[in-house]
Design a protein around this ligand. Structure first.
Ligand SMILES: Cc1cc2nc3c(=O)[nH]c(=O)nc-3n(C[C@H](O)[C@H](O)[C@H](O)COP(=O)(O)OP(=O)(O)OC[C@H]3O[C@@H](n4cnc5c(N)ncnc54)[C@H](O)[C@@H]3O)c2cc1C
Length: 327
C-alpha cells in the first residue's frame, strides 16, 4: 500500500508553526504539525506569571481575534488562545513526538520521530524556535543541580540566596519575582547597565529596588565559576564571591546549529542564521523551509511572534505556486 504523503510537515507547534499550518489548511493543503511537547510548548515553559510585552492583536494567527479584558495577555491567556485556534482549524498536530531525523528520499522528505513514527512529506517547514538552547556561560559548575537556565516561579527560593545572571527582561523579571517571593537576590550583569529593551513598566521597578538595596546588583561583572554554595565573579573592583543557594543563568538563547546542519541547511558564518530565500523562506535544500524565530540565528531578538507569525503565508504561497499549481 502506498504510504500517505503530506503536502507539508511542520516541525514545531509554536506560534509560527501553527500560523504556517493554518495557512496551509486554509489553502486546502494536507498539513501535519509534529511537536515535541504540548501545543506551544515553549510558551508553556515560560515563567508562570509572565505578562507579554505584545498586545494581543499582534499575537493573532489565522485571523482569529485574540480578545482579553486587559491590555497585555498573560502566559495562560496566550496558551489558551493558540490551543483553541489550532482546534478551530482542525489542525492535525501530533504532540509529544519529537522529530529526530529528517532526510530526503528522491523528491520527498522522510521524517522519523522519537516515538518511532515515520512520516513522508513533499515539503517540510522547520519552526523549532530556540527555547531548548539557552545561552551557556561555559564556566565550571554550570551543570551543577542548583544551577538552571530557566525560571518558572519564586516559591522554592523563599529565604534563600539566589544569584540571577543576565541584564534583559528574563533576568530582571525573575529577580523582581524572587525578591517579592522572599528570596535574597543578587543580579549579575556583564554590561554597564540593564538592557534598554527591558519592559518600560518594569525598568523603574528594578532600578528602584537596586537603589534601595532590596536587590543587589553587580554590573560589568562576569561569572568565573560556580560551586555548591558560591558564585565567583570578576568585577571592576577585582574578584568577589557571592553566596548562592541557587543560580539562574537567564542570558538569552542561541540557535540550534546542529539540527539545521544535520538537515543539510547551510548557515550564515556571522549570524548563524539558516541560509534561506527571504521572499519564500526556502532554504538551500529544495522544499525545506524555515519559519519563526529559528530564522534569526544569533539575533534571536529580531524575530518574535509579532513578525514570525507572518512567515507561514509566504511559505504556503511559494509551495502552492510550485507544487500544486493552486494559488
Ligand atoms: C520570556 C519571554 C517573553 C517573550 N515575550 C514576547 C512578546 O511579548 N512578544 C513576542 O512577539 N515575542 C515574545 N517572546 C518571543 C517569542 O516567545 C518567540 O519569538 C516565539 O515563541 C517564537 O515562536 P516560534 O513558533 O518560532 O518558536 P517557539 O515558540 O519556540 O516554538 C517552537 C516549537 O518547536 C518545538 N520543537 C523544537 N524542537 C522540536 C523537535 N525536534 N520536534 C518537534 N518539535 C520541536 C518546541 O517544543 C516548540 O513548541 C518572548 C520570549 C520569552 C522567552
Amino acid at each position: 500500500m502506498e504510504e500517505h504523503r503530506h503536502d507539508i510537515a511542520i516541525i514545531g507547534g509554536g506560534p509560527s508553526g501553527l500560523a504556517c499550518g493554518i495557512a496551509g489548511v486554509r489553502a486546502g493543503l494536507d498539513v501535519i504539525v509534529l511537536e515535541q511537547g504540548s501545543i506551544v510548548e515553549a510558551i508553556r515553559r515560560f515563567p508562570t506569571n509572565l505578562v507579554w510585552f505584545s498586545t494581543p492583536e499582534l499575537l493573532e494567527i489565522g485571523e482569529v481575534p485574540f480578545v482579553i479584558p486587559t491590555l497585555r495577555p498573560t502566559r495562560a491567556d496566550t496558551i489558551r488562545y493558540y490551543q483553541r485556534v489550532s482546534a478551530h482549524y482542525n489542525l492535525d498536530i501530533r504532540p509529544f513526538d519529537a522529530v529526530e531525523d529528517l532526510g530526503k528520499e528522491g523528491e520527498y522528505f522522510r521524517i522519523g520521530t522519537r516515538r518511532g513514527m515515520s512520516y513522508s512529506a513533499t515539503n517540510v517547514v522547520v519552526a523549532t524556535g530556540y527555547f531548548d538552547h539557552p545561552t551557556q556561560l561555559g564556566v565550571p559548575g554550570e551543570d551543577l543541580e542548583h544551577v538552571s537556565h530557566y525560571y518558572d516561579e519564586p516559591f522554592k527560593f523563599f529565604g534563600l540566596n539566589v544569584v540571577v545572571v543576565g541584564g534583559r527582561n528574563s533576568a530582571v523579571e525573575a529577580a523582581l519575582d524572587i525578591y517579592r517571593g522572599g528570596g535574597h537576590v543578587t543580579l549579575v550583569h556583564r554590561g554597564e547597565e540593564l538592557s534598554e529593551g527591558v519592559k518600560y513598566w518594569i525598568l523603574p521597578d528594578i532600578e528602584n529596588r537596586i537603589r534601595a538595596g532590596q536587590i543587589k546588583a553587580r554590573f560589568r561583572s562576569r561569572v568565573k565559576a560556580i560551586t555548591r554554595g558560591e558564585v565567583f565573579l570578576e568585577c571592576p573592583s577585582g574578584e568577589e564571591r557571592l553566596p548562592a543557594d541557587f543560580v539562574l543563568i537567564l542570558a538569552g538563547f542561541r540557535p540550534d546549529t546542529a539540527r539545521l546542519t544535520a538537515y543539510g541547511i547551510g548557515l550564515d558564518p556571522v549570524t548563524l542564521a539558516p541560509v534561506h530565500d527571504p521572499a519564500t523562506f526556502e532554504t538551500n535544500v529544495s522544499g525545506l523551509f524555515v519559519a519563526g524565530s529559528v530564522v534569526a540565528g544569533k539575533n534571536s531578538n529580531k524575530i518574535f511572534v509579532e513578525n514570525g507569525r507572518q512567515h507561514g503565508e509566504r511559505i504556503v504561497r511559494a509551495i502552492l505556486s510550485r507544487h500544486t499549481g493552486k494559488s
